[in-house]
Design a protein around this ligand. Structure first.
Ligand code: 7TS
Length: 413
């Protein structure tokens, strides 16, 4: 953690670590507001990647030679760093995957296929990302289990009375997004964990949009599982995390079979390696795992509370400025109670047209359903444009977004 946690973060200083932000698009300075999709990568992380390939690129766990030992120590140590970052007991609770999506599939397959059956229920929310929604839906189809959805209200908050109604003795798993990537809603995950545990169900927290920008402690939430992606938190693509409580991971069968995940193999059978390696079959994304640990050092050095405050301030400012448009629809909770993103539609202009025009002003936003199609159906909009913020974004960039939208408005008039 940074030492002066209450002071605002120094955006000018931070921006120096991200040369990509100096880029121009057709001669105009880039404004990167697509951080909920993928954040940019600071120099120390780029250096860690280059350093790995320049100095000690080698396979892990297998060789006794010097390079393999160095790679193994760094890769295994990265698990310890992640464990410390989210308050897990140790590396045995930290499985490296490719991304949040794979972490969810791992649990749905390794736990869900064997534990779920007819009469069992999986409780999701109406704002789940497809990574969770489709995965549980398909595993439910294969096992005969039923999926139920906690309703959202008109402001985009979860209806907690409905949550209490839906979570019953039949519930085996509650899987809930911590911060919605479409609405910006911050869900009360620790209350949901209490409700789930009162009914002997597990809770899976989708931390893809929360772990990058606020302190998330698995013990404080009492999450049974937590998933997140390195590429949304200053790390590289190709690395994600599955946290699971040790006793649950211990009882689960492997998801993928192959090298590294075994202890003893005969022609007839096999036994499994210790945690977390039991779930990391084959050569892992070694460099990406090591670089994720570097990314965690980088953001923790800035301070997770400060990152959270910065994002919330920018989101509120963006919400207020965008509200100046008379015919704008902004989705989700009020500006002063949301994570660092704002999804909207401006008048009758299609979100894809909005984002294409914004691109002409070098403003990068995402347009689409943000992998939340059922939610967008419920909102009555097939797509929305979304601006999302991170540590290096400024109020001036929000102003640039609004000015560009004003210009775009004239083009469509
Ligand atoms: N869960 C949430 C809440 C997400 O926002 C995302 C990615 C995922 C899961 C999946 O993460 P992945 O790393 O496995 O792809 N969300 C987005 C987005 O909003 N725009 O692009 C990706």
């Amino acid at each position: 953690m940074g030492t002066t946690e209450s002071a605002p973060l120094s955006v000018d200083r931070i921006r120096e670590d991200f040369p990509i932000l100096e880029r121009e698009v057709d001669g105009t300075q880039l404004v990167y507001l697509d951080n909920a999709a993928t954040s940019q990568t600071p120099e120390p992380v780029v250096d860690a990647i280059a350093d790995y390939y320049r100095r000690y690129n080698s396979n892990v766990h297998r060789g006794l030679h010097q390079l393999s030992q160095e790679a193994s120590i760094a890769y295994e140590g990265a698990h310890d760093r992640v464990a410390e970052f989210i308050g897990a007991a140790g590396r045995e609770e930290i499985v490296f995957t490719k991304n949040t999506t794979e972490s969810m599939n791992l649990v749905a397959y390794a736990w869900g296929l064997s534990e779920l059956g007819p009469g069992d229920e999986v409780v999701l929310t109406e704002m789940e990302h497809h990574a969770s929604l489709v995965t549980w839906q398909q595993v439910a189809k294969r096992t005969g289990a039923t999926v139920k959805y906690i309703r959202i209200d008109d402001e985009g908050y979860l209806d907690m009375d409905h949550a209490r109604e839906l979570i019953t003795e039949d519930t085996q798993m509650v899987s809930v997004v911590h911060i919605s990537n479409a609405l910006g809603t911050v869900n009360p995950v620790s209350t949901l964990a209490d409700i789930a545990h009162d009914h002997d169900a597990y809770i899976f927290v989708d931390g893809a949009q929360s772990v990058p920008n606020r302190p998330v402690d698995v013990e404080a939430i009492d999450a049974d599982f937590l998933a997140f992606s390195g590429h949304k938190m200053c790390g590289p693509t190709g690395i994600g995390v599955l946290y699971g409580k040790e006793h649950i991971l211990d009882a689960m069968q492997p998801y993928l079979y192959g090298g590294d995940m075994i202890r003893k193999v005969t022609f007839d059978d096999a036994t499994w390696n210790e945690l977390p390696w039991k779930f990391e079959a084959g050569t892992p994304n070694i460099c990406q795992g090591i670089a994720l640990a570097e990314a965690i050092d980088y953001i923790e050095d800035i301070g997770m509370e400060r990152i959270q405050a910065h994002e919330e301030q920018l989101a509120e400012y963006a919400y207020d400025r965008l509200s100046e448009f008379e015919d704008i629809d902004i989705y989700g909770p009020p500006g002063d109670d949301r994570g660092g993103l704002v999804a909207f539609n401006l008048g009758a202009v299609h979100a894809h047209d909005t984002s294409e025009i914004l691109n002409e002003f070098a403003v990068a936003v995402r347009a689409g359903d943000h992998c939340t199609q059922p939610l967008h159906d419920k909102l009555g909009a097939p797509a929305s444009a979304r601006a999302s913020f991170y540590i290096y974004n400024t109020r001036e960039e929000v102003d640039k977004l609004v000015e560009s939208l004003e210009d775009a408005r004239e083009l469509f008039a």
